[in-house]
Write a protein that binds this ligand. Structure first.
Ligand SMILES: Nc1ncnc2c1ncn2[C@@H]1O[C@H](COP(=O)(O)OP(=O)(O)OP(=O)(O)O)[C@@H](O)[C@H]1O
Length: 358
C-alpha cells in the first residue's frame, strides 16, 4: 500500500476578482489568463493544481515572479480559500476549517519561515524562539528549555539575549528556523526563506537545512524562484508558470527529461556536471565487474566521474550505493547527459543514440 501524502492538493483553482466562481467554467472551457483578464477582469492565480506532498520530503515550489507560488503556499495554511478544489492535510480539507480549528492549524501544524525573517524586533532572540510555545500555552520552563535546545542546534548559543537587529541576516534567519522548529509543527513552510541572503550565506543556509533534514525528516514546503536552490534541496520539485504546474517530479529526472520548451530553457543554464548525479545517468542493475575502471558512488556528481576517468572516454564504472553495486555508468552516457536536449544538433544526437545502443 502506498503511503498517504501529508498534504494532497486536488484540482485547486484560485481566481481573483469580483465573481471568481462564475469564471471557473470559462477557464475549464480553455480561456487563458490574458483573455480572462482582458474580457472579464479576473486574474487566474492558480489553475488545476494537483500536487502530493509527502511526509519527510522537501517539496520545492519554483516559478518566476507572478507564477503563483505565494498564492499556493497561502492556501496550505488557510490564509486564502480556493475558488475550487481542496487541500487535504492528513485527509482533512484545510479550506473547510474556520475559527478555532484554523487557529490550531496555524499554531500547531504549520510553521512558517519568511524571506524577511519576521522576527519581533523588540524581543530578544530567546523570546522570539519561545513565542510559539508560549502562545499555545506551554509552560515557561518547557518553552525556555526547548528554545535553548534549538538555538544551540542552529549554532546560536551565546546570542540568546541579543536583539534581532544585532545579528547578521544569516543569523536572523537561523533564529527564524529555530522558532519554526521549536513550534514542533508537522509541516514547515519556507517562503523564499534564503532569498534575502548574500550568495555565500545562502549556500550555507541550504547546507544547514539539508543537514537538519537528515536528522529531522520534516515535511517542508519551500518556495523559491531560484533553480539552483531548488535543484539542490528538493526531493520533489514543482515548477509553476502562470498559475499552472508545467512539470513536477524528482529534480534530476526533470533536468534529463524536460516536459516542454519552457522547462528546457529553464534548465539550460545549469551546471549539469555539478548537479547531475551518477545514479541519474547509470544503467541500473547491470553489474559486470570485469573490464570496469573502478567504482563511483551513486551520489557522486558527473564532474567527479569525469575526473575519475581522466579523460578516457572508454571508461565504465561500477556505481555503488553503500558499497554495494547498483549499476554501471559509461563515459559516453556521462557526456550525453551533459548536453541539454535541444542543444544537440540532429546528427550529433543520432551519433549519441547509436553509441548508447551499441
Ligand atoms: N489579491 C490579489 N488580487 C488580484 N490578483 C492577485 C492577487 N494576489 C495574487 N494575484 C495574482 O495572482 C498571480 C500569482 O501571484 P503570486 O503572488 O502568487 O505569484 P508569485 O509566484 O508568488 O510571485 P512573486 O515571486 O513575485 O511573489 C499574479 O498574476 C498576481 O498578480
Amino acid at each position: 500500500m502506498t503511503e498517504q501524502p501529508k498534504i494532497s492538493i486536488r484540482n485547486l483553482y484560485k481566481i481573483f476578482g469580483p465573481d471568481p466562481r462564475s469564471m471557473i467554467a470559462k477557464v475549464h472551457g480553455g480561456m487563458d489568463k490574458t483573455e480572462l483578464l482582458g474580457k472579464h477582469g479576473h486574474v487566474i492565480g492558480l489553475q488545476d493544481i494537483n500536487v502530493d506532498i509527502r511526509s519527510g520530503d522537501i517539496t520545492v515550489i519554483m516559478g518566476l515572479s507572478g507564477s503563483g507560488k505565494s498564492t499556493l503556499i497561502r492556501h496550505l495554511n488557510g490564509l486564502i480559500k480556493p475558488t475550487a478544489g481542496e487541500i487535504l492535510l492528513d485527509g482533512i480539507n484545510v479550506a473547510g476549517l474556520t475559527g478555532a480549528a484554523l487557529r490550531e492549524l496555524r499554531r500547531f501544524r504549520m510553521s512558517m519561515v519568511f524571506q524577511s525573517f519576521a522576527l519581533m524586533p523588540h524581543m530578544r532572540v530567546l523570546q522570539n524562539v519561545e513565542m510559539a510555545q508560549r502562545v499555545r500555552g506551554d509552560s515557561a520552563a518547557d518553552a525556555h528549555n526547548n528554545a535553548i535546545k534549538w538555538l544551540e542546534r542552529l549554532g546560536l548559543k551565546g546570542f540568546e539575549n541579543h536583539y534581532p537587529h544585532q545579528l547578521s541576516g544569516g543569523m536572523q534567519q537561523r533564529v527564524g528556523i529555530a522558532r519554526a522548529l521549536a513550534s514542533n509543527s508537522d509541516v514547515m513552510l519556507m517562503d523564499e526563506a534564503f532569498s534575502a541572503l548574500d550568495p555565500l550565506m545562502r549556500t550555507d543556509m541550504q547546507s544547514l537545512l539539508l543537514e537538519l533534514q537528515e536528522e529531522l525528516s520534516k515535511t517542508i514546503v519551500f518556495i523559491t524562484h531560484d533553480l539552483d536552490e531548488a535543484l539542490r534541496i528538493a526531493d520533489h520539485l514543482v515548477i509553476l508558470k502562470d498559475g499552472v504546474v508545467v512539470q513536477q517530479g524528482e529534480p534530476q529526472s526533470i533536468i534529463l527529461n524536460p516536459a516542454d520548451a519552457y522547462i528546457e530553457k529553464f534548465v539550460n543554464d545549469i551546471n549539469r556536471a555539478r548537479v547531475l548525479r551518477a545514479e541519474s545517468v547509470m544503467v541500473p542493475g547491470i553489474i559486470v565487474e570485469s573490464g570496469t575502471s573502478g567504482q563511483v558512488d551513486v551520489d557522486d556528481n558527473l564532474e567527479t566521474v569525469m575526473a575519475r576517468s581522466q579523460g578516457d572516454l572508454t571508461c565504465t564504472f561500477v556505481v555503488v550505493r553503500g558499497g554495494i553495486p547498483a549499476g554501471l555508468i559509461k563515459m559516453q552516457d556521462v557526456f550525453a547527459a551533459l548536453v541539454p536536449r535541444h542543444a544537440v544538433p540532429p546528427a550529433a544526437a543520432m551519433a549519441i543514440k547509436e553509441a548508447r545502443t551499441s
